[in-house]
Design a protein around this ligand. Structure first.
Ligand SMILES: C[S@@+](CC[C@H](N)C(=O)[O-])C[C@H]1O[C@@H](n2cnc3c(N)ncnc32)[C@H](O)[C@@H]1O
Length: 301
């Protein structure tokens, strides 16, 4: 499976307002694993724990942020809030609530990348904080600019005090990549105020049963939907350089519930007629037949 997201500065630019610490949980002073020049990582399915997954993905996003933003920046828009390759825009979806009610809200964007969503939120009058594990992704956020803090940290250890935010959101950020999604969801619940909402999008779980190809070859089941073994790209020494984790739809629902959040809605965006672009394995051909993204709308009591 090709990375869905692939179909997809300076240190944290500004201090969070309520931070407890600002260092990535998984940096652990360990060096980022560099892929040797000319060496193609081996794609496999094998176990990868929390630490290995975070380290691999931090390195992958640092190395690939420039290419990612060049390839997808136009589609994402500097200040649009797009939930996934289908192009569902928060302006029409209103999954965080009516835009006019975002004014003055403290909003955490998790796995923000270049913080396009946070920029849109700021334009609505919200007070976003954009968090990402990748320093290089946040440098792109800095390059584009925006009047909000950027925080370099792991979603599994949010550097904020309890009840710091009214809302949290994540468009394909963090959740597809972490080995322990409940850790992230519990952290999000902790930093949300009562009555808050967390909305996150991930690769639709059904996609794991199909080859990650945009053409007809991507329409024939080739793997078990029930095989939760992570997708791992590894270097010559067997060290992971990219990891994605599969959860079935039921797993995701159970993760939300076990983390103390309430599932309000599960949105499976349909491929719109206007979207003729491909994004890795996402394409109009496949998008018209099978879902590509799953968006979980969760409430914190
Ligand atoms: C597909 S991008 C999504 C960003 C943005 N919404 C977009 O569409 O470009 C995934 C982002 O999640 C970040 N990420 C991956 N694992 C993370 C983790 N454990 N904690 C925080 N961010 C993480 C990556 O660095 C990357 O910027």
């Amino acid at each position: 499976m090709a990375p869905p997201c692939d179909t997809r500065g300076t240190e944290a630019a500004a201090e969070p307002r309520t931070e407890q610490h600002t260092e990535p949980q998984t940096s652990d002073e360990e060096p980022i694993i560099q892929e040797p020049e000319g060496h193609e990582p081996e794609a496999t399915r094998r176990v990868a724990d929390v630490t290995e997954s975070a380290r691999a993905n931090r390195g992958w996003w640092d190395r690939n942020a420039d290419e990612y933003q060049t390839e997808h920046g136009t589609f994402l828009g500097d200040d649009r809030f797009v939930w996934g390759p289908e192009g569902l825009d928060e302006v029409e979806a209103e999954l965080l609530g009516p835009p006019e009610e975002l004014k003055g809200k403290d909003v955490l964007e998790i796995g923000a990348g270049a913080a396009q969503c946070a920029r849109w939120l700021a334009a609505q009058g919200a007070r976003p904080v954009a968090l990402d594990i990748s320093h290089r992704q946040l440098q792109h956020a800095l390059r584009i600019g925006g009047p909000f803090p950027l925080v370099c940290a792991d979603a599994g250890a949010l550097p904020f005090a309890d009840a710091s935010f009214d809302l949290a959101c994540s468009a394909y950020g963090a959740l597809p990549f972490v080995a322990d999604p409940r850790l992230v969801l519990r952290e999000v619940r902790r930093v949300l105020r009562p009555g808050g909402r967390f909305v996150f999008s991930v690769t639709h779980p059904i996609r794991w049963a199909f080859p990650d190809e945009p053409g007809p070859e991507g329409l024939t089941v080739s793997a078990s939907y029930f095989d939760r073994t992570p997708y791992v790209e590894q270097d010559e020494e067997g060290r992971a350089v990219y990891v994605e984790h599969h959860r079935t739809l039921g797993d995701r629902v159970r993760d939300v519930v076990a983390s103390g959040l309430t599932l309000v809605d599960l949105v499976e965006p349909e491929w719109p007629a206007w979207n003729t672009s491909e994004w890795g394995g996402w394409s109009p051909l496949r998008g018209n037949l099978i879902p590509g993204s799953a968006i979980f709308v969760c409430a914190r009591d």
